[in-house]
Design a protein around this ligand. Sequence first.
Ligand code: ATP
Length: 273
Amino acid sequence: MSEPHRNALLEAHNITVRFGGLTAVDGVSAHFAPGELVGIIGPNGAGKTTFFNAISGVQVPTAGRLLCQGHDLTGRAPHRFAAHGVARTFQTPRVFGDMPVIANIEFGLRFAGRRRRKYLLWGEELGVPWALRDARSILQLIGLASQAELPASAITPSQQRLLEIGMALATRPRLLLLDEVAAGLTEAEVEEMARLIGRLRDELDLTVIWIEHAVTTLLRHVERVIVLHQGRKIADDTPHNVVRNPEVIEAYLGDEMVPPGEQPLHEHEEAAA
Ligand SMILES: Nc1ncnc2c1ncn2[C@@H]1O[C@H](COP(=O)(O)OP(=O)(O)OP(=O)(O)O)[C@@H](O)[C@H]1O
């Protein structure tokens, strides 16, 4: 097994998830450093969500090891991952529809409060970014301040996606996992979402891992992309190199993103890049 990675916030070593005879994730290793914004892409059924489920404790891997800031969390429950600063959204937003928007955020804050009580000093929480200090500031950050009192079921689906991000932020994470938060949004909304994600990473000093089918937008905003295909990791590189990677072109992207006149990278060039 590979050695623990110095400075990595989260390390996945040879993660495999099997459902009966189906191998949904097949020996995937990846590490995520503090402050990184990383995309995960791949065709339908490639194993992206299952990999997310594994690295957030929702799905116990069949094999492999997960380290969060050096702590071995393999096989631990999701709340243990959350306690180590891992927060996530789901493909279908999981908000409390009958509760006001602000109460949804307060729910996340209560969880963070239980976890961080030991950091309380004179009523102030140490090390909490100003933008995450209370429910109002979080709503301001995600652009839902004027919807605070509405029931969550009464806001639009794209606002519900923002709310779910807000609920994840309320747990004061270090690592934010976003599963298709741009699904069903208009092109303008997708771009706005991408800018928000970049801002959250910058302003809150988060590590963000983002699964998305809106590949063109995603590639413009992330620094690194992991490509999954049939459960295997077939690339882990910059967007520039990934769109030129022959295996990725063959399995998923096609060659539309390679500028006209330019050839995809050959294997020896990839290794040198
Ligand atoms: N709980 C489960 N039980 C059985 N098979 C599952 C389960 N969850 C996922 N799978 C299967 O595992 C494979 C990977 O699914 P997964 O949802 O992780 O892919 P994905 O890349 O996220 O796909 P999409 O882009 O469509 O969301 C698929 O073949 C899927 O049908």
